[in-house]
Design a protein around this ligand. Structure first.
Ligand SMILES: Nc1ncnc2c1ncn2[C@@H]1O[C@H](COP(=O)(O)OP(=O)(O)OP(=O)(O)O)[C@@H](O)[C@H]1O
Length: 661
């Protein structure tokens, strides 16, 4: 993406009269393309206007900054025009004079006739010719806002900034103006950032909706791509297949922020409730709306948490894996469902982040990942990895984009491994991009990505919607691969040892329940409820209960063990597997390979806690650290990880360092 505006790690700290400080914005990082329409949405007071003012140059970031076409924004300028909710027109000037004032100021070198023509063109653009001689007091709210927009556009700003521009208008006027703005932006390729509270307005106008969390320290919680083609008609937008999904995502995010705020207020009261011999029985556990959240949902709904004394468990549905990582890092979440590599990556401080020791004493699921490629590739004859390589070779100018849910997820490591085994360099021959799971299918449908590696039900959804086919499943690449784990901070585990043990035991029981196939129908109904996956069970059945069609016309595939929660030593936090992940993260430059890898693995992989839980439950066959067999015939021998790493052909520069944890 060519960056037009870059908001580069912006913090805004306000110094308060009492000597304290208020951190309104924290680490806002966003790149905007030319011609893109971005909406900023979030609850009142979260910092939307503060951010807009920083982009406008009306306010300064305390940390980081903003660049427009590579130049730093330090003060207001005619290349950025702001349209405010209250119009800001000069009351003693007419419509024409208000617009002319800005035009005369900016275009001093143009002739009077040229300036006049610009003013008249913009009066027409917003349909105000009959009112051109009227003063603001003689205009309706909608007309005043049209003047403000015309005035802003007349000086051809590079960036149009709109702060709730239609907030004060009635619904009819608002609708008309939204359509006019959309038309003007399309015709003139205007780049816009708009603050709004209105979910439908954001979806109608935007290419991307940036959702801010509540302050203090508001940050970007989620970014939604709106894959609805332009030019847009309101009715077509509302009828677009992704509209209600996107709308639900936004409402869910906003509701969740509201609840988080409430919980923060309740936090004033003592938040640690000790009972039943446990240090803390009230836990907040994060999860993502994916099929493999089943053990957490079952533990709550079937009473396994309560059986182990954990009486007050809140399952918090999170928008993406970044939010899970942040929730654990800040202590907002006690524990979370995590992608398998996340405890390790957080502990090592992957990608230059501050290391946060996180431990795993329980694997929650295995397999149920797959690689989906687009129907377009299918129609070009791509069926296998070799076909994909041939397609890439045949079009060297076109770089395919493939989605992953998080850099530390197994899907990233598995997709990279699969590509590299076929001679495709995952960093050079294709482009990998992080997409929240909830947006994977809509981005594939919109042609923004050409495929992805993800968990279920995302692969089957692409097949069902006829936008993709499954090129390889986890069972074919590495049968039994770890998928989701239970992550908690190491200091949390030390502070609440009995609680942690109870949590592991309750979830082990839930995992066992999930792998009793007689319970699957019941579990399907539980996990699809609105507060969890919020999806029609029909989309989750394939692979979970029924076999599924891969979307390539072949017979439904045998999927026994595809969603695995307990059988075949699923839950053992296997050190060999973790070490393999270290090699892959080092292979792709996410982390250095730790000289002290034994220490790192022992620290993250808490087989001692798993062993204690298994013993208490009478489980004897708990698992062991066996070598790993992958689809390309290579065997990973844990006694020589560096040799293995060096033997891999496609890789980045390997750094071998002592890692201090
Ligand atoms: N000059 C200031 N000094 C101290 N705090 C400030 C200052 N300006 C803004 N804030 C605080 O920063 C936070 C963000 O304010 P901002 O106006 O950006 O929010 P907003 O999301 O635009 O809200 P709304 O939707 O209600 O307009 C608020 O908590 C506000 O009280």
């Amino acid at each position: 993406m060519t960056t037009f505006v870059e908001i580069d790690h912006v913090d805004r700290v306000f110094h308060l009269p009492n000597g304290g400080k208020y951190i309104a914005l924290k680490n806002i990082d966003l790149k905007i393309r030319q011609g893109e329409f971005i909406s900023l949405i979030g609850h009142s007071g979260c910092g939307k206007s503060t951010l807009l003012n920083i982009i406008a140059g009306l306010d300064q970031a305390s940390v980081g900054g903003v660049t427009l076409e590579g130049r730093e924004v330090r003060e207001p300028g005619p290349d950025r025009m702001v349209v405010f909710q209250n119009y800001s027109l000069l009351p003693w000037l007419t419509v024409r004079e208000n617009i002319a004032l800005a035009v005369d100021e900016v275009y001093q070198k143009k002739s009077k006739a040229d300036r006049h023509a610009i003013v008249e063109q913009h009066i027409d653009m917003v349909g105000l010719r009959p009112a051109a001689k009227k003063r603001p007091s003689e205009l309706s709210g909608g007309m005043k806002q049209r003047v403000a927009i015309a005035r802003a556009l007349a000086i051809r700003p590079k960036l149009l900034l709109l702060d709730e521009p239609f907030g004060a208008l009635d619904a009819l006027t608002r609708g008309g103006l939204q359509e006019q703005l959309m038309k003007i932006c399309n015709e003139h390729n205007v780049t816009c950032v708009m603050v709004t509270h209105d979910v439908d307005e954001a979806l109608l106008l935007s290419d991307r909706v940036v959702m801010l969390t509540n302050g203090p320290e508001a940050h970007i919680g989620q970014i939604l791509e709106v894959p609805i083609p332009r030019p847009r008609q309101r009715l077509e937008v509302v009828n677009h297949p992704s509209y209600y999904n996107l709308r639900n995502e936004m409402i869910y995010f906003l509701n969740q922020q509201k609840q988080a705020k409430k919980r923060k207020i309740q936090f004033q009261a003592p938040t640690i409730i000790s009972r039943n011999g446990l240090e803390k029985i009230n836990l907040e556990i994060g999860f993502l709306p994916l099929t493999d959240a089943a053990p957490l949902i079952v533990a709550k709904e079937k009473g396994f948490f309560a059986d182990y004394g954990l009486e007050q468990i809140t399952l918090s549905r999170e928008p993406n894996w970044q939010e899970i990582a942040q929730g654990i890092a800040t202590g907002r979440l006690d524990a979370a469902q995590m992608v398998a590599g996340m405890p390790l990556a957080l502990t090592l401080g992957a990608a230059g982040k501050t290391p946060i020791p996180v431990v795993n004493a329980l694997n929650l699921s295995r397999n149920a990942n797959a690689i989906t490629l687009s129907k377009r590739l299918y129609n070009e004859g791509v069926r296998s990895l070799a076909d994909l390589k041939a397609a890439i070779n045949a079009s060297p100018d076109k770089i395919l984009t493939l989605g992953i849910v998080h850099p530390t997820s197994m899907v990233n490591l598995i997709l990279r491994y699969w590509l590299a085994s076929g001679g495709i360099d995952p960093d050079r021959d294709v482009s990998l991009t992080v997409v929240p799971p909830t947006q994977m299918v809509s981005q594939l449908k919109a042609g923004k990505i050409d495929g992805y590696c993800a968990g279920e039900p995302l692969n089957y959804l692409a097949v069902h919607e006829d936008v993709g086919f499954v090129a390889a499943t986890a069972l074919e690449i590495w049968s039994g691969q770890p998928k989701k784990v239970l992550g908690v901070r190491e200091d949390w585990a030390q502070k609440y040892p009995e609680t942690y043990l109870a949590l592991v035991k309750a979830l082990l029981e839930a995992c066992k329940y999930c792998d009793d196939l007689r319970n699957r129908e019941e579990i399907l109904q539980l996990i699809c409820r609105p507060q969890y996956l919020d999806i029609d069970p029909v989309y989750v059945r394939p692979g979970f209960i029924d076999p599924y069609d891969r979307g390539d016309g072949t017979q439904p595939q045998e999927l026994a063990g595809y969603n695995q929660f307990y059988l075949n030593q699923t839950n053992y936090p296997n050190r060999t597997e973790l070490l393999w992940m270290v090699t892959q993260m080092a292979r792709w430059g996410l982390v250095p390979f730790p000289k002290n890898w034994v220490e790192v693995i022992e620290r993250v992989c808490r087989t001692d806690i798993f062993g204690a839980a298994a013993r208490d439950l009478g489980l004897l066959d708990i698992g062991e650290d066996d070598p790993i067999h992958l689809f390309d015939g290579k065997v990973f021998n844990p006694s020589k990880p560096l040799e293995y790493l060096q033997s891999l052909e496609i890789k980045r520069q390997i750094r071998v360092e002592e890692v201090f944890i």
